[in-house]
Design a protein around this ligand. Sequence first.
Ligand SMILES: Nc1nc2c(c(=O)[nH]1)N[C@H]1C(S)=C(S)[C@@H](COP(=O)(O)O)O[C@H]1N2
Ligand SMILES: [Mo]
Length: 190
Amino acid sequence: MAQGKLPPGQEWVERPIVYDIAAVPSVDLATFRLRLCGAVAEPVDLSWAAIAALPLERVVRDFHCVTAWSVRSVAWEGVLTSELIKLVRPGADVRWVLARGRDGYTTSVPYDGFSRPDSLVAVRMNGEILPREHGFPLRLVIPSLYAWKSAKYLDAIEFRRDLLRGFWENRGYHDRGDPWLEERFHEGTS
Ligand SMILES: Nc1nc2c(c(=O)[nH]1)N[C@H]1C(S)=C(S)[C@@H](COP(=O)(O)O)O[C@H]1N2
Ligand SMILES: [Mo]
C-alpha cells in the first residue's frame, strides 16, 4: 500500500483518465438517495442532507487503473466506509459488497478492501466538488484496489455473504484486484 511507489506494470500519469461504460448520468440532489442494503442489521437510504451530516475526512492516496496508469496523491474528501459500517452494522459473515452507479455500472469489492481505514465515499476530489465525470455527487474510493472498484455516481452498496460479480468482474477482471499483486484478470483468462 506504499504511497508514492509504482505497483508492477504501472506508469505515472498527471491526472486520472475518465472511463465510463455509459453516458454521465444526471442527478437531482433533492431526491438523491444512497441505499445501504443487504446482509446488515439496519438497512438505510441516506438523503444528501443525511450524508452531509456525517463526519468528513480527507484521504490522500495514489490511484491505480488496471489499464496501467497511476496518479500520485489524489486528495479525496468524504465519509469513511467505517462510518457507513457503523450505521448499518453488517453481519459477521459479510465477505463482499456490490457497489452500483446510477449509470448501471456495478463492481464487486471484497469486504476486507471496502472496510480498510482509507476507503471512503468521496464528495470532493483535489479540493473541488467531485467533478461530474469523476462521479458527481458521490463515488466510492478504494485506494488499495484497482480503480475499477471505485464506483462513480454511487447510488447503492449491497453487503453480501457471497460474490455477485459486477460489470468488469463478469468480463474477466479479477475479483479482488490488488495492484501490488497485479491481480488484473481472473485465473485462467487472458
Ligand atoms: N459508475 C461507474 N463507475 C466507474 C466506471 C464506470 O464506467 N461507471 N469506470 C471504472 C473504471 S474502469 C475506472 S478506471 C475508474 C476511472 O475513474 P475516473 O473516470 O474518475 O478517472 O472509474 C471506475 N468507476
Ligand atoms: Mo478502468
